[in-house]
Design a protein around this ligand. Structure first.
Ligand code: DC
Length: 229
């Protein structure tokens, strides 16, 4: 009999620690970690390369036919993003790409273009997928849905540390303002806005360190998947 595949959906605002925590949980549970933000970032990066106006959804939509986005997993198990064959994994982490990703993610045509690709990964693997609309739109039947969040101040502080480690530091005030702007944009857009699915469990990591957050996340997943099987 074919093994039943499991899907875990993790949604939440930027900087909540979704990717780091989801990656750690996926390694523990031997699931494939899918970072859907990286996919939107790849389109944001491409739009910046093409120099189009990000304020014009129709211009963004016109890019899609010439665009081939692929997700590949290296031997290290890390997710790499390819745009028309070019590996853009590192470049999509720049702050200007974050802003561009948030703009392209608000375009309905971009979201539909990426929907099938995300669902296909869940049809082929046990996945932990993180994003903004995974539990609400992409995988509404996921075995386990988690809404992962932390206060804006805590998220901004964590993002500052991350940017410093990447060698691209920014002030706390700038990062907090950017984060609030992106939260506002991601929550208020007409298509697939960020919101907690009705059947998602809330996990607030404001008061938890990394190790405790991973424990809490893995615990929630194991509990929900055990109930399913
Ligand atoms: O998680 P992230 O910061 O890498 O995501 C980049 C942008 O993409 C962010 O502004 C939200 C958007 N996004 C989205 O709209 N839907 C997803 N499933 C994932 C990300």
């Amino acid at each position: 009999m074919k093994k039943q595949l499991h899907a875990v959906a993790i949604d939440g605002p930027s900087g909540a620690g979704k990717s780091t925590l989801a990656r750690a949980a996926a390694a523990r549970l031997h699931f494939l970690y899918v970072d859907t933000g990286a996919i939107y970032r790849s389109i944001g990066w491409y739009a910046l390369q093409k120099g189009i106006s990000l304020e014009r959804p129709e211009e963004i939509e016109k890019l899609l036919p010439g665009l081939k986005i692929a997700v590949s997993y290296g031997e290290d198990g890390l997710q790499h993003m390819l745009v028309n064959g070019e590996d853009v994994t590192d470049r999509i982490r720049l702050p200007e790409v974050s802003a561009a990703a948030s703009k392209v993610a608000a375009v309905g045509a971009v979201r539909s273009y990426l929907l099938e690709m995300q669902r296909q990964l869940a049809r082929e693997h046990d996945v932990i997928m993180d994003g903004r609309d995974i539990g609400t739109v992409v995988l509404p039947d996921a075995d386990c849905k988690i809404f992962l969040t932390a206060s804006a101040e805590v998220r901004a502080r964590r993002r500052c540390t991350e940017l410093e480690q990447r060698g691209t530091p920014q002030t706390y005030e700038t990062v907090l303002a950017d984060m609030r702007r992106r939260d506002e944009q991601d929550c208020s857009r007409a298509v697939a806005p960020l919101k907690q699915a009705e059947d998602a469990v809330l996990l607030d990591t404001s008061e938890l360190d990394f190790a405790h957050s991973v424990e809490a996340l893995v615990g929630l997943i194991e509990e929900n998947i055990a109930h399913e099987t």
